[in-house]
Each structure stands twice: as structure tokens, then as C-alpha cells.
Design a protein around this ligand. Structure first.
Ligand SMILES: [Zn+2]
Ligand SMILES: [Zn+2]
Length: 207
């Protein structure tokens, strides 16, 4: 693949990546069932979604997401690669592979608008992680479907989110659960520590 095509700058010929999901543009006659419309900040990149409910919706607190999104954490909704149809800006995408720190199209990678640089999605090997902030969610029902269901890489967080959702220290379902820490629990824990400290002091074990 030549570099210009990889960066989406070449408009001649059909690059291999443009012929397969998630980048394959659907023909009108294919009847892509549009459930949502979305666009980047500048509006050069627009896409549609055919799935009403994301496969999952997560908040990621990893330091890569913090840096890449310039935010305390990232919100992503997971979809199949077949669920998306780019309606504009197909040639205006740029890639970044955070593992190799390269702009080659190598999975998994970050996908951005090459003009306004809004993050569009993370393209994984099998799925895509879309950023719901770009999607026009018009009803409360739609908003509820996209509501985050868990936190991941919560061990790397910069702030606590006491919302009662499951919190994974690393990857969801593949790490330790970190429980929400309600104030009473913290007080109880501190009281116990104080008691143990006093006991050690009485026994003269506090050196
Ligand atoms: Zn843009
Ligand atoms: Zn992350």
C-alpha cells in the first residue's frame, strides 16, 4: 500500500482498504438501514449507522486515551465494522497506531478527520469503537442505549466516578474489579487501620 493512499490523500484507483468494512461505501440500492447520522467537528467526515443499540458502551481511563483525547477519560461505543457507512470524507481520514507510534494503517489504530482532527473511531481487528459524542442521539431512548455500562483501565484514572458501574483495573472482563468507594466504606477502612496502628503502638511494635 503506498503511503499517500494509507493517509487517504490519493483519490486515484481504489485502495484495498476502501473496499472492505468499515470503509466500504454502500451503494444506494443496497438499502443501508440508517438508524443514526454522525459527523466530525468540521463536518467533512460524515457517517451513518445501521445498528440501533451498540454492542457495548464503555469509559476508558487508560493513559493513551487520556493523551489521545486530551480528556480525563474516553467514551466509546462498540459496533461491528459492517454497521457503519461513510457518506462523506472517506478520503479525509488519517490513522495513528499508538503501539508503533506510526501513521500507517495498522490495526488496532485511531482514526481521525484529517482536517479538524476530531477522533472518529478506534479500529480494532474485529470491531470498531465509535465516539458517541459525534452521533446525533435525538431521543432519550437513544441516549439510554448509548449510556456507558462500565469503566475500564480505572486503575489509571485521574478522578473518581462514583456512579455504581462496574470498574475494571485494566481491560473489561479481563482484570480485577475495583469497587466504588462510598465515603462510609473509606471511613470504616481508615478506622480499622487506626485501631491496628494503636494496637501495634501498645505492644511497642511501632518502631
Ligand atoms: Zn473534521
Ligand atoms: Zn483507553
Amino acid at each position: 500500500m503506498d503511503k499517500n493512499q494509507a493517509r487517504g490523500e490519493s483519490t486515484t484507483g481504489i485502495s484495498e482498504w476502501k473496499q472492505r468494512p468499515p470503509y466500504r461505501v454502500h451503494e444506494n440500492m443496497e438499502g443501508f438501514d440508517v438508524k443514526y447520522e454522525a459527523n466530525c467537528h468540521c463536518g467533512k467526515v460524515t457517517y451513518q449507522l445501521s445498528r440501533k443499540e451498540p454492542l457495548d458502551s464503555k469509559l476508558c481511563h487508560c493513559t493513551t486515551c487520556q493523551t489521545q483525547h486530551a480528556a480525563p477519560f474516553q467514551w466509546a461505543a462498540i459496533f461491528h465494522k459492517e454497521d457503519i457507512n461513510f457518506t462523506n470524507g472517506h478520503h479525509d481520514l488519517e490513522w495513528y497506531d499508538p503501539t508503533e507510534k506510526s501513521t500507517e494503517h495498522k490495526l488496532p489504530c485511531k482514526v481521525r478527520c484529517s482536517f479538524c482532527h476530531s477522533p472518529i473511531m478506534d479500529e480494532g481487528r474485529n470491531m470498531i469503537l465509535l465516539f458517541p459524542s459525534l452521533i446525533h442521539l435525538k431521543t432519550d431512548e437513544h441516549k439510554a442505549l448509548f449510556k456507558p455500562r462500565c469503566h475500564m483501565f480505572y486503575g489509571q484514572r485521574v478522578m473518581d466516578i462514583p456512579d455504581g458501574l462496574p470498574k475494571w483495573s485494566g481491560l473489561s472482563d479481563d482484570s480485577d474489579l475495583i469497587e466504588d468507594s462510598p465515603p462510609e466504606k473509606v471511613k470504616e477502612f481508615e478506622r480499622k487501620r487506626e485501631e491496628e496502628r494503636n494496637k501495634r503502638f501498645e505492644k511497642g511494635e511501632n518502631e
